[in-house]
Write a protein that binds this ligand. Sequence first.
Ligand SMILES: Nc1ncnc2c1ncn2[C@@H]1O[C@H](COP(=O)(O)OP(=O)(O)O)[C@@H](O)[C@H]1O
Ligand SMILES: [Mg+2]
Length: 309
Amino acid sequence: MTVLKEVRQQPHINNEVYKHSSYYQGLIKRSLRYLSSGYPVHFTGPSGIGKTTLALHIAKQRNRPVMLLNGNKELANEDLIGAFTGYQSSKVKDNFIRTVYKTEENVTESWTDGKLLEAVKHGYTLVYDEFTRSQPEANNIFLSILEEKILPLYGTKRKESFIRVHPEFSVIFTSNPAEYAGVFQSQDALLDRMVTLPLDHMDHQAEVTAVISKTNLSRESAESIVEFVVTARELCESNDQLQGPSLRASIMIAEMAEKHDIPIDGNDEEFQELCLDITWFPLQTCTPKEKQPQLKEKLLDACKKIKVG
Ligand SMILES: Nc1ncnc2c1ncn2[C@@H]1O[C@H](COP(=O)(O)OP(=O)(O)O)[C@@H](O)[C@H]1O
Ligand SMILES: [Mg+2]
């Protein structure tokens, strides 16, 4: 299982959203400032609002190789630091009896550097995405990295007991709020060592720009779709709107309509179905059962208002 990979080929990140938003420009500037001063940055917020994309965008600005680590329940120290990968053995031909080969055990085991060790040693920028999906014990190693600036190697049977963290090494963490399924509560000591910047849904215009950058739809079409999704989001009963449809929902509707020639028209049955398929489930999870039938009607009404051109 590859949990950590170097991001050589950056996914295409359209900067239009950030370029036109003073909010994002400020956020990016401050984040880069914290990172260059040795403080890790942590973006937390609902799923699908653009945390990973923003983290990668910022990481790229540092002009150091970028590594992406995905939080994972199974993540263990060997994945991060490295491990001995077994004995090397070789066959040696016996010079006296030609048909006999003996196997010679090589006394040294071979060690493979873990990717975190590589990143720490060479001063890469690490994006640790959804870090609270890893068990808190697996994340303990970051306490020494961030505080003492060393990567401890005890228990690995390596001769040296630690590796010094390269001065250019930096980390951008992302996480979903603790209420999400499959997420562990992070240890306070770790949170205490990073600058946590809570992110909310993009503002309306930024969301429209993101949809346009992902599709060839007109601004007017993108605006209608985003307007619908924002209306749906606002129907969410839970006040933190964690589960409401996100930017990802706007992009899904836009991409599906474009790919399958579904007219962006509230009177078109296929478009209505698309609107409901994408937004109904995330809304249902934040609405009490007795209110759900009316909710479906409200969603459909909002969809029917869409008329482009
Ligand atoms: N600045 C942006 N420009 C264009 N698309 C974006 C931007 N930010 C996010 N997206 C898109 O929105 C979706 C959700 O973004 P992502 O970063 O995966 O969110 P999160 O990490 O918060 O779940 C993805 O499809 C992503 O490509
Ligand atoms: Mg993400």
